[in-house]
Design a protein around this ligand. Sequence first.
Ligand code: AMP
Length: 397
Amino acid sequence: MKTVDNYNFKGKKAVVRVDFNVPLDAQFAITDDTRMRAALPTINKILNDGGAVILMSHLGRPKDVFEEKYSLKHIVSHLGNLLGKPIKFATDCIGQPATSAAAALQMGEVLLLENLRFHKQETAGTESFAQELASHGDVYVNDAFGTAHRAHASTTIIARFFPNDKVFGYVMANEVANINKVLNNSEKPVTAVMGGAKVSGKILIIENLLDKINNLIIGGGMAYTFIKAQGGKVGSSLVEEDKLDIALKIVKDAKAKGVNLYIPVDTIVGDAFANEANKQTVDINTIPDGWMGLDIGPATEKIYADVIKNSKTILWNGPMGVFEMSNFEHGTKAMAEAIVAATKLGAYSLIGGGDSVAAINKYHFAEQVSYVSTGGGALLEYIESGSLPGVDAIEKN
Ligand code: AMP
């Protein structure tokens, strides 16, 4: 993998795609600067080599024109504090403001360009726009994993203009290396723990994973589609009627590929979708009418935790139940605990994709698993297709 470690930036202006898409409050104060902090090692490597840094990012979802609330000027002073030096700012990412600021930039200095998405050519992936961005510097660095699944001008198309001078930043390199540990260089047994609301968004991921894993654990709302497909009674649980065939296909494919498929054997049901609902534990195949499955039951928890603790590689995506409600979080918390225990026993564990990251943070386990991915959609798409436009743009010519 070509990373900033393999490149000497001395005397070079580096155009660096970062993910500074940070949340701002009504006064434009940054409420969580995790993404900015994540980019500091890459920026500092370039500066320490004796290079200059031109940062480009998107912020929010502007409608292709300038919008005050999405201006990156709001983050300039905080970035300066983090880097311990003044930051130059260009009021546009292309045109005169950007070209003259980039031309005047001295080695050791940092320039931040205004929000890329004030131009519709960014998300359209317009080549001439990418070329204008490329003209600001001598080398391209991509450190924005969260947008690597998009073939945007600044994440993918721009790389064409740097055939020999394009590398990954540390955030990107880390994400790619960690995902490859699960997908390609994994120690067996490999277990995927899949949960969340629906099976529909995860079909391709599950299908692709079947070639790489030994155990597939199913929980969350998607479990009831599997149960109904196999003839069980699911009461008023979440079910995707149009995905029953697909659930059966996954069962069949798992068997054909020798993957042990685990589906809940019991469930905690509520008589309403609410934390205060009446609840009881029932057999998974005989959920009474008027009740819905909101968490995995204790017998399931035990089976799943044992599988996890005997695994050497674990991928977790999606909660086991409605973990936002304290009365239905037990199963999700138990899985998080089992993953932490397995990690202590030497397993490699990767947590990724939206709500499982929220869950691991809720229980303060982020430090006790091997890796928590920062790129929800990008991670899932990487698992689904085995590559990402932003990764290929650097790795392939
Ligand atoms: P996803 O974004 O697909 O990973 O789904 C995450 C959401 O699934 C969370 O907000 C959970 O509350 C929800 N979820 C998990 N289990 C269930 C369930 N049994 N019924 C309904 N929603 C669920």
